[in-house]
Design a protein around this ligand. Structure first.
Ligand code: AMP
Ligand code: ZN
Length: 120
């Protein structure tokens, strides 16, 4: 998709703070994070939403989320997680993405560069 923001991020045409990548998925820090380490996991192939994505890719995204949660727990010492995925009117970017949102009992606000360095 030529005009898709997340396709452009995956291709590297738009910069992002990448935290994980494999042949099927790309994960990067949300530009407007709800907490430190708020990450978006996107399939490299363009799917619009939960109705569009195939089960195999969806399952791989869930497995990636579990892996990422381990990394975030270890590196950022978070105390819990919310996984979220928007569809329809509440979906701002029309390329499927899973939000991995860490929770902290006490959060120290850090900028994305600092978080990214910690996750390397
Ligand atoms: P939604 O489609 O509502 O599930 O959310 C889209 C998310 O993408 C929001 O949390 C935005 O902050 C995030 N976002 C938008 N543009 C960028 C970008 N260039 N890099 C990283 N995250 C982005
Ligand atoms: Zn796309």
């Amino acid at each position: 998709m030529n005009d898709c923001l997340f396709c452009k991020i995956i291709k590297g045409d738009i910069p992002s703070f990448k935290v994980y990548e494999d042949d099927m998925v790309f994960a990067f820090l949300d530009i407007n994070p709800k907490s430190n380490g708020h990450t978006l996991i996107v399939p490299k192939k363009h799917f619009k939403d939960i109705h569009d994505i195939d089960s195999n890719t969806l399952n791989h995204i869930i497995e990636t989320a579990k892996k990422l949660m381990g990394i975030l727990e270890e590196k950022l010492a978070c105390d819990g997680f919310t996984l979220a995925q928007n569809n329809g009117e509440v979906q701002e970017v029309k390329h499927f993405h899973l939000h991995v949102i860490p929770h902290y009992s006490e959060e120290q606000v850090k900028n994305p560069e600092e978080i990214w360095e910690l996750l390397k």
